[in-house]
Design a protein around this ligand. Structure first.
Ligand SMILES: *Cc1c(COP(=O)(O)O)cnc(C)c1O
Ligand code: SF4
Length: 300
């Protein structure tokens, strides 16, 4: 209802999903709004493009147990759920087979046993989907179980919810985040300064008050943040809200996201200009994930 036919078609494969609070930060009546562009299904998603695939970063070959991705030394990533509060059109896991490849509470025991059996694992990353789609009681229980594994030192949480739905930063969350012996790192995901309004800022401040380190990862996206000015404003706003810019990702070549791709030389030029004008800590590392490599490749 109300959506053009081509939009409706793209939305069938990967539904349009936008929280009210996030929609409220868009500029009304502006079809080129950088927030709208991240979530609006478009016809271009159906153009098959060479090199764009359903598993662009080799996640399936890195699965060491159900929902457990072990790609890099010392870190394992737990795919807790396929659910998200927002469906970003460029999502590299938009075709991920969550039904059979995520670790819900029933699969935790096996995943925790695998982590306990490998004393090289120092950091557990909760991911998804968005791990904060799970209830705080469950997450608190999981964090406690991870803490029981003596060789694990850090718990990292990859979540976009503090940005797209700041009201998700509940007292229950900040309580379990502040508890326990593990060093906590929360990596949020904002791509544009307009995503970081006052309400988001106060939610981020509450997360920071737990003692957790706050980092941001962004994706370089055509028509969203593909200019030095947009990136500079994003970095400035992040630092003002207590978040250190961590990674700027080159787009993973996932089928359906080709219209977002910015060529690497353009990304390199943006980073060069940021480095020339901002303090070092405000400039993210520009990275690309290459399947099979031992770390994310640092482009600049
Ligand atoms: C990106 C990623 C990590 C984290 O990498 P860092 O460089 O430590 O941020 C860990 N595991 C997997 C599977 C990843 O894709
Ligand atoms: S929040 Fe993250 S996992 Fe969820 S759709 Fe967006 S990019 Fe994908």
């Amino acid at each position: 209802m109300g959506l053009p036919r081509e939009v409706a078609a793209a939305a069938r494969d990967f539904p349009m999903l936008v929280p009210r609070s996030y929609a409220g930060r868009m500029r009304h009546g502006d079809a080129a709004d950088p927030l709208l562009r991240q979530v609006l299904p478009v016809d271009a998603e159906h153009l098959p493009l060479p090199g764009f695939t359903t598993d662009p970063v080799g996640d399936r070959q890195a699965e060491s147990g159900r929902g457990l991705l072990h790609k890099y030394h010392g870190r394992v990533l737990l795919v807790l759920t396929g659910a998200c509060a927002v469906n970003c059109r460029y999502c590299f896991r938009r075709h991920y087979p969550y039904n059979t490849a995520s670790a819900g509470p029933k699969e935790w025991k096996a995943a925790l046993e695998a982590i306990a059996a490998d004393d090289s694992v120092e950091e557990v990353i909760l991911s998804g989907g968005d791990p904060l789609m799970l209830a705080d009681a469950l997450l608190a229980e999981l964090a406690e179980a991870i803490e029981q594994i003596s060789h694990v030192r850090r718990l990292r949480i990859h979540t976009r919810l503090p940005i797209v739905m700041p009201e998700r930063v509940t007292d229950q969350w900040t309580q379990w985040l502040a508890a326990g012996r593990l060093t906590k790192v929360v990596v949020v995901h904002a791509n544009h300064a307009n995503e970081l309004d006052r309400q988001v800022g106060s939610s981020l401040a509450r997360l920071r008050a737990t003692g957790a380190t706050l980092l941001n990862q962004a994706v370089l996206l055509r028509g969203v943040n593909d200019s030095t000015a947009a990136q500079r404003e994003l970095c400035e706003r992040l630092v003002e809200q207590g978040v250190t810019p961590y990674y700027l990702h080159q787009l993973d070549r996932v089928a359906g996201a080709g219209h977002f791709e910015v060529p690497v030389p353009e990304g390199l030029e943006i980073i060069r200009q940021l480095r020339a004008t901002l303090p070092g800590y405000m400039v993210p590392r520009y990275v690309q994930e290459i399947a099979g490599e031992p770390n994310k490749r640092v482009l600049a």
